[in-house]
Design a protein around this ligand. Structure first.
Ligand code: HEC
Length: 397
């Protein structure tokens, strides 16, 4: 039932993105709110007020108070569902693509030879380890700056390891999934239980133990800093420039550093009401370093093979048929694909010519196609394809 698989993939992706937007949107909003409230000048509605905020949005004016309640309000809303749905749909996507299709999506024989079972075990193992390690770190280290230092070390080790085990795209997704699962499990195991504990205390008329709130806030703030790095990894399948580079894990770390620093710059701006340009410059320097590394082409053989003679149409047809058509065809033969990925078909030379720019980007200059080089395309064939496409483009001018 290939169509059912396609529908499952579409619904999971859709659900994952929508749940992620709802979760991150709310979380960013409350983080901004928490940093933007100010001590009220005038009397307020509740006691124990920590700050107030006036807002205008969508045609209405709003007034908020951030406070420690002394008694349970009649109506109290919480926000946990989207985070859990993001994890469930994300696991569904991992299972459908990266585990069920591990031979195509995870294993890249140019990086490391391994069986489908080993690849799945390495991926699942990483996911299972991530949260307990982070939780242990939070329990044993008080200083948040140290937490971020150790997280950076742990991510560097994991990124280096996975980029030497899996294809680049899979390595990025794996790191993102590990960090994303830490975020959701923090919501599930720390934030929500501490909220429930506080609600119980208020309802029982007991004094509120603020330590619960502080515990929840701490991991919530960590999550805020993890968000930009995780979203980068989730979008990274569209950045073959980064995932396909031999130093892809260093690029990943630098971009993650950029995301965290940018977030810190924004957070401090909310809190202090003015921007600290040094942090912004620091963030941009990390980004510039990532761009700089991505431009060094270490993968290019010292002598880029040049096509000896312009290949004939028949030769190109043979290459494309052997290396691409298993997936990019009206009738893919690769069992993972029921239809051509992104609808990009290469059954005829006209289609090859029409997709020339993209093909050069992904299979001639870039090397992330064929996906994980499952079809074993050689450098010579890339050069031939490049030469033929260049001459076809010249001819059509
Ligand atoms: C094992 C399956 C597989 C093989 C073989 C394969 N591709 Fe792909 N290709 C994919 C998948 C999956 C995508 C979509 C995901 C992505 O963008 O990376 C894709 C996307 C592309 C895109 C982007 C299309 C767009 O509209 O943006 C191009 C270009 C491409 N492939 C070219 C090639 C060429 C050229 C070959 C042969 C030399 C090839 N591919 C072989 C699986 C494959």
């Amino acid at each position: 039932m290939p169509e059912l698989m396609d529908w499952a993939a579409i619904l999971l992706r859709w659900g994952h993105v929508m749940a992620g937007i709802a979760w991150i949107g709310t979380s960013f909003y409350f983080n901004w709110f928490d940093l933007s409230v100010r001590q009220p000048a005038a009397p307020v509605l509740n006691g124990n007020v920590r700050g107030t905020l006036h807002e205008v949005h969508g045609g209405s004016f709003y007034y908020h108070e951030q406070y420690w309640p002394e008694q349970a309000p009649a109506r109290m809303l919480a926000h946990g569902g989207p985070a859990q749905l993001t994890l469930l749909t994300g696991l569904g996507l991992m299972a459908l693509f990266y585990w069920y299709g591990a031979d195509v999506y995870l294993v890249d024989p140019q990086v490391a030879h391994m069986s489908k079972g080993h690849a799945i075990a390495l991926s699942v193992g990483g996911l299972l380890l991530a949260w307990p390690l982070y939780y242990k770190l939070c329990r044993s280290v008080r200083d948040d700056r140290l937490i971020f230092f150790w997280m950076a070390v742990a991510i560097a080790v994991a990124a280096c390891l996975y980029s030497h085990l899996f294809g680049g795209r899979a390595a990025f997704i794996q790191i993102g999934a590990m960090l994303g699962s830490i975020m959701v499990l923090s919501v599930h195991f720390v934030i929500i239980p501490n909220h429930i504990a506080m609600l119980r205390q208020i309802r029982a008329g007991e004094a509120l133990d603020i330590a619960h709130g502080e515990r929840a806030k701490r991991v919530s703030q960590h999550n805020n800093y993890f968000t930009l790095p995780v979203i980068f990894t989730m979008l990274s399948i569209h950045f073959p420039l980064a995932t396909g580079h031999p130093l892809n894990w260093v690029i990943l770390l630098l971009v993650m550093g950029f995301g965290v620093t940018l977030r810190h710059w924004r957070n401090l701006t909310f809190k202090k009401g003015r921007s600290d340009r040094r942090l912004l410059l620091c963030a941009l320097a990390l980004l510039a370093a990532a761009v700089g590394i991505s431009k060094t082409d270490l993968s290019a053989p010292t002598e880029t093979p040049k096509a000896a003679a312009l290949p004939s149409d028949a030769q190109i047809r043979t290459i494309v048929h052997a290396r691409c058509a298993a997936c990019h065809s009206d009738h893919p033969t690769n069992p993972t694909f029921t239809t051509a990925p992104l609808g990009f078909r290469l059954d005829t030379l006209e289609q090859v010519k029409a997709g020339a720019d993209k093909i050069v980007q992904r299979a001639v200059r870039g090397r992330d196609m064929p996906l994980n080089n499952t079809t074993g395309m050689t450098d010579a064939e890339r050069a031939e394809l490049g030469a033929w496409l260049a001459s076809a483009q010249d001819g059509s001018k």
